[in-house]
Design a protein. Structure first.
Lengths: 307, 352
């Protein structure tokens, strides 16, 4: 019995850290999809952020520079998708997936010399008083600076999407390009900006992963976190607040896996490694009908799942 | 009569969309190689030397050519695994995982079923590989039809699960007890190994993509079912109104696609590795997916796309070996080629 409580407690405290990088990528993909585009290159942008964020930090000694370098790298990669799908009308899913492999190639090449090194990167900052709350305080308020920014970004995006002119334009483009155009918006510019912002946030997530969580860089280190983010956006029904729930669910799955490994659960570690992917698929299946109703009109042609 | 004429219209439309304009594609490929040459120059290497080494190591020698052929086998099979579902509007990004499960199933037969002769072992392994890949791919249709989960996400995530699934066995129950702790299964017996052709690494698995391409081509272009598949992919609602059983087409296309990727896995363990180990595929399934899009899901064009990717991949290995370029650079070049081919395609005039 005590094992169960130990595992559950550990899962809760361990859920936040691994969830942050996915949360940023999910925010990014959410913005992109609200504008009616889907970017499977999110995984590639995360890798770019993780790699270039790490390299920039290692070279300059400043994690701040690393974070911005990661954002720029993630955003730069996503601009390739923006050009191809908006101006050349290529298939979004194939282009996005190719972008991920392209990013994997670039980062495997660029990061070769950094594979075995460790850096200080981003360190946890305990928030006075709050961090002393048992369990919860430890889980939420002993994180790095990017975690605190991520907590705030969810509500901020929520307000931004629903109550600002920019947010409303973004949603309008995602619902109908021609209606948005008729209303005097410039759909192309809005979509390019949304894709670039999405790539920047994915890059930020990647940078958080290599600078804040692992403090190392290794080839392909995101292992599908970017694709999980694409799934979480659907689970989140395109709401930034639900995205937070989804990302911490992913973090919880990682936390649970680590806890089970620590207490020596009699299961192959590889089965435990499957948990995050399976749990995300499971929750997507559970809430799929509701999320199908919430889908932006502009995505319905690409993401249809009913036959 | 009316059915006939709409069908002809649909076919006509499909041909204008799916026939790849060869000149444009070649131009796009040249463009991608030029961009990559700039990249090579920027990192301080000589593009002419790199490209000539790449050419010598692939098309310039018998060994190189046979290596290109060896690589084309899984590329074509996983390419078909993306192309066939694409005909009915499905996007199968799960070729990599289906390949792993096919390799796993074929290995299971090789290690634990003794049929005595190679004439029974190889077909049994092929059937197991096909079924493994088909079932793995089929779960995506289950999730799609009954739970509304889009197959892009489910096939993408199931790749990671499949790779770990193989790890469970090769690090666990199937680990060779005399393998010095390496996560490999025991080596296959002679009866479970695809014979090689002449003295190269090219093996009889070559039959699989050849038959696959011809069968797919004939099926898609010469049969009513092939035409129906296009109709399902073009507009499922219209197809349904014409009495085409849409769901049945979708299920079968995905099962066949997954099965072909599974066959690729069988051919890799039986023809090349002769045992199962982690990381058996190293992006083979993903390359097939890219080849399928490069070829616009046309089975004949797929041969060309797979040939090109195989040349780049084998050439990349040669360059890595000679110290000219790390093999990670091949992914960059392949990405550039796909962006370029997609981007050079003539824009359809949109009717809104």
């Amino acid at each position: 019995m005590s094992d169960i409580w130990l595992v559950l407690g550990g899962t809760l405290t361990g859920a936040v850290g691994p969830g942050i990088s996915v949360l940023y990528a999910t925010y990014g993909e959410l913005i992109t999809e609200r504008a009616g585009r889907i970017n499977l290159g999110t995984e590639g942008s995360m890798l770019m952020g993780a790699c270039f964020g790490f390299m920039a930090t290692a070279e300059t000694g400043s994690a701040t520079v690393g974070v911005f370098a990661g954002m720029a790298a993630g955003s730069g990669l996503s601009l390739i998708l923006a050009y191809l799908v908006i101006y050349r009308d290529t298939n979004q899913l194939a282009t996005g997936f190719a972008l991920t492999l392209f990013g994997a190639g670039i980062t495997a090449y660029a990061g070769r010399g950094y594979v075995d090194s460790t850096i200080g990167g981003l360190n946890p900052i305990a928030i006075p008083l709050l961090s002393e709350i048992p369990k919860l305080g430890e889980a939420l308020f002993q994180q790095d600076i990017l975690a605190y920014i991520a907590y705030g970004l969810g509500p901020l995006l929520f307000v931004g999407l629903h109550y600002t002119r920019t947010g409303l334009s973004l949603k309008a483009v995602g619902e109908s390009i021609s209606v948005a155009y008729a209303a005097g918006r410039n759909p192309r510019v809005i979509q390019i900006a949304a894709i670039a912002a999405g790539g920047a946030l994915a890059g930020l997530g990647g940078a958080q992963l290599s600078l804040g969580l692992t403090h190392t860089w290794s080839e392909g280190m995101t292992v599908g976190r970017g694709f999980i983010a694409v799934g979480l956006v659907i689970f989140a029904m395109w709401s930034p607040l639900r995205a937070m729930v989804g990302a911490f669910l992913f973090g919880g799955a990682i936390g649970l896996q680590l806890q089970l490994q620590t207490v020596g659960a009699p299961v192959s570690p590889f089965i435990l490694d499957m948990l995050p992917y399976l749990i995300i698929l499971f929750v997507m299946a559970l809430w799929s009908r509701a999320s199908a109703r919430a889908m932006p009109e502009g995505l319905k042609g690409v993401l249809r799942a009913n036959t | 009569m009316q059915y006939q004429s709409t069908l002809r219209q649909a076919q006509g439309l499909a041909t204008t969309i799916t026939t790849p304009p060869i000149a444009r594609s070649l131009l796009a490929i040249v463009f991608a190689f030029l961009v990559f040459a700039i990249f090579i120059a920027i990192i301080g290497r000589d593009p002419v030397e790199v490209y000539s080494k790449m050419f010598e190591g692939t098309l310039g020698s018998r060994v190189g050519l046979s290596e290109v052929g060896v690589r084309m086998i899984p590329f074509v099979l996983t390419g078909l695994a993306a192309s066939i579902p694409a005909r009915v509007g499905l996007i199968n990004v799960g070729g990599e995982g289906q390949l792993y499960i096919g390799a796993w199933a074929a290995t299971g037969v090789a290690l634990y079923v003794d049929l005595g002769t190679i004439w029974l072992m190889l077909p049994a392994m092929a059937v197991a590989g096909f079924l493994g890949g088909a079932i793995w791919g089929g779960t995506a249709i289950l999730l799609r039809h009954w739970r509304n989960v889009n197959e892009v996400i489910s096939t993408l995530l199931s790749n990671y699960v499949a790779i770990l699934f193989v790890d469970v066995f090769v690090f666990g129950a199937w680990k060779n007890p005399t393998g010095f702790g390496y996560p490999y299964t025991s080596n296959f017996e002679f009866e479970s190994i695809l014979p090689t052709i002449a003295d190269t690494r090219l093996h009889l698995g070559l039959v699989l993509p050849v038959v696959g391409i011809i069968a797919t081509y004939l099926f898609l272009s010469r049969t009513r079912w092939g035409a129906n598949m296009r109709a399902v992919g073009g507009n499922p609602d219209a197809a349904r109104r014409r009495g085409i059983p849409v769901l049945r087409y979708i299920i079968i296309a995905m099962l066949v696609g997954g099965g072909l990727a599974g066959l690729a896995g069988m051919s890799e363990v039986s023809g090349i590795q002769h045992h199962l180990r982690p990381g058996i595929s190293n992006n083979l399934g993903f390359m097939g997916f890219l080849a399928s899009w490069m070829a616009n899901h046309n089975p004949i064009a797929l041969i060309g796309a797979c040939f090109l990717i195989a040349v780049i991949v084998v050439g990349g290995d040669v360059l890595q070996f000679s110290g000219n370029l790390p093999s990670a650079a091949t992914l960059i070049l392949i990405g550039l080629v796909l962006f370029s081919v997609l981007g050079f395609r003539k824009l359809e005039r949109k009717i809104e």
